[in-house]
Write a protein that binds this ligand. Structure first.
Ligand SMILES: C[S@@+](CC[C@H](N)C(=O)[O-])C[C@H]1O[C@@H](n2cnc3c(N)ncnc32)[C@H](O)[C@@H]1O
Length: 247
């Protein structure tokens, strides 16, 4: 999958590929990252990319011309393929796992990172397909949002995670939070690993994990469970969990 990121801070976005899963995804060519600096499309001698907002007010805005020219350059290089153009913005639709799964089906994405007070509205009107926010808070720039998106999408691409099932067991993938996990040693500061995990009984372990996931989701994110239709078996696992945890 190809990511084209339009950013005034390419080195920040490129640093994502220096470690961990994104690095592995890049090395195996599951992802390709190309950064485009709008400053290279500025036409004045000072390579200006921002200007004061019409109507006054604090701060500066990223100018439309160099952003639109950057988008055109990305399109020309991708042609004849067309990539969805996303503007990272606190005003966008909240990025969640369902949106990440949908984006993972695209073959390429163009991500625009704003800075200052944001970007000229006409760029959004003329060239943006979707605005996405990574949460209800304001960042200084869209780069961290783009990096979050690239990381979350990359781990869903074929052969990127070590174990094929890893992503399916993660939180949100089936509308639930993940269950708790333990590794050696069996005792940490007098806290023991739940016995069932040492039993070797795979059916029982799977059932315990499902019950923990259901219970945790109910306790921490009841909004997720409200959206989910539970089977009778899951409902009784949850009821039992809640009984045990209310004692
Ligand atoms: C300081 S913010 C501008 C905020 C803008 N004035 C507003 O209140 O909607 C600068 C840039 O950071 C990025 N940004 C800020 N918060 C974000 C968020 N929650 N999700 C994604 N991008 C964000 C956007 O690209 C934005 O153009």
């Amino acid at each position: 999958m190809r990511f084209d990121v339009i950013t005034l801070f390419p080195e920040l976005v490129e640093s994502l590929l220096e470690s961990g899963i994104p690095r592995r995804a890049s090395e195996s060519q599951a992802i390709e990252l190309h950064c485009w600096n709008p400053r290279n499309y500025s036409t004045d001698k000072h390579r200006t990319v921002d200007d004061r907002p019409y109507g006054g007010g604090p701060g500066m805005l990223m100018k439309a011309d160099c952003l639109l020219d950057s988008i055109d350059a990305v399109k020309a290089e991708n042609a004849p393929n067309t990539a969805k153009v996303i503007y990272l913005s606190p005003q966008g639709k909240r990025l969640d796992q369902a949106a990440v799964e949908t984006l993972a089906n695209e073959s390429s994405l163009t991500l625009i990172c704003g800075r200052y007070e944001g970007i000229d509205e006409r760029v959004i009107e003329l060239a943006v397909d979707e605005e996405l926010s990574i949460g209800d808070y304001v960042l200084s720039g869209g780069e961290l949002g783009a990096m979050v998106l690239i990381d979350a999408v990359s781990r869903l691409l074929p052969n990127v995670l070590g174990h094929q099932d890893s992503a399916q067991q993660d939180s949100f993938s089936d509308g639930l939070l993940d269950c708790p996990h333990y590794t050696r040693p069996a005792l940490v500061n007098a806290l023991a690993v739940p016995n069932v995990l040492l039993s070797g009984n795979h059916a029982k372990i799977a059932q315990w994990r499902k019950q923990q996931a259901l219970g945790r989701t109910q306790q921490r994110r009841p909004d997720l469970l409200k959206k989910k239709r539970l089977s009778q078996e899951d409902q009784s696992l949850l009821t039992k969990y809640l009984e045990e945890h209310s004692k």
